[in-house]
Design a protein around this ligand. Sequence first.
Ligand SMILES: Cc1cc2nc3c(=O)[nH]c(=O)nc-3n(C[C@H](O)[C@H](O)[C@H](O)COP(=O)(O)OP(=O)(O)OC[C@H]3O[C@@H](n4cnc5c(N)ncnc54)[C@H](O)[C@@H]3O)c2cc1C
Length: 335
Amino acid sequence: MINADTIIIGAGLAGWSAYQEMRSDKKVLVFDKAKSPGGRMATRRIFDGQADHGAQFFTARSSWMKAWVEEQVKSGRVEEWCRGFWQAAHAERFEEDMTLNADGYPRYRAVDGMAPLLKYLWQDCDMLYTGFELVNVQEESGCWHLSFETQNGELETVSAANVLFTMPLPQAKRLFEASGLQGLSQAASGRAFSPCLALIAAADEPALKAPAGLQFHEGPLQFIADNKLKGVSATHVVTVHGSESFSKAWFDVDDDEVKVKMHELASPWLDTVLRESVVKRWRYAKPINPAGEGSVLHTTKTGATAAFAGDAFFNGKVEGALLSGKEAAERLHTI
Ligand SMILES: Cc1cc2nc3c(=O)[nH]c(=O)nc-3n(C[C@H](O)[C@H](O)[C@H](O)COP(=O)(O)OP(=O)(O)OC[C@H]3O[C@@H](n4cnc5c(N)ncnc54)[C@H](O)[C@@H]3O)c2cc1C
């Protein structure tokens, strides 16, 4: 059995900012079920190019986030994408119904794609174990015992007094219920997430005019981007995100039907024809009701502490996830 001071579950943004905060003075181990870090900062290599198919862009509102973005820009990993996207005036396309919302507020992109940015950020963490899925949590005498299933089907148990969970809260809650931990399940309650169906499609020509991002505020679509014009792909790979209502209604429909429907919905908005495509299903894409607070701490009667961080806090998104991980780590630090 392996022991640590603190275990972080999830190598996305929240896990990363928490790890940065804790790494110098604690034995911290990080586990993620995926083969590589990043979580919803996701990029897929496909159609001789690649597509960001999770988070599309980020903004910086707090002074901490502005400083973080500036640092990433200096390192050459992040660039300003634009200062406003095309806005669809209606759910369906008529003439003159796309306007450019140049509000002067910077939207950022990762130069090589979102997942490569996260790989870069995690590269100097030698305590990161990928391909480890947390499958059971137990608590005994002030200590958490976490069981992981590895990608070759083995079970590993790791123990620590503190655990920080950064996966979407409904996922964590399900795991605690299956582990029979009512207190933890209760602590992870109250935050719902919306799903998102993503279509990643090949195109021969530019799909949109610069800045090649189109936002919807009603109807079945949410966002369309041409990853080549965005600057992250060698070819015109197009990302189409379904809206919350569309994604809920179509989530369990076969890929082939989803493709036909999403091609049909996206086509009127595009300057090109979409060729072949793949579908990605995000069951927990974005929090519907992110909390204003930064994290949740739960201490058991015997003194084991669990914290929750991620984009369910600090009003969500990339910035909320980063700030939340940092705050949870600061709170754990004081224990
Ligand atoms: C389709 C889509 C579009 C988006 N667009 C934007 C956008 O344009 N702008 C923006 O700011 N935000 C956007 N977001 C949200 C943004 O991606 C998230 O807010 C942010 O990436 C969340 O980071 P996180 O660290 O909280 O969670 P995650 O990135 O989800 O990290 C959690 C990690 O936990 C791991 N994990 C889960 N369960 C287990 C387990 N049992 N065992 C081990 N590991 C586990 C996962 O593999 C994952 O790596 C979008 C998200 C999606 C899905």
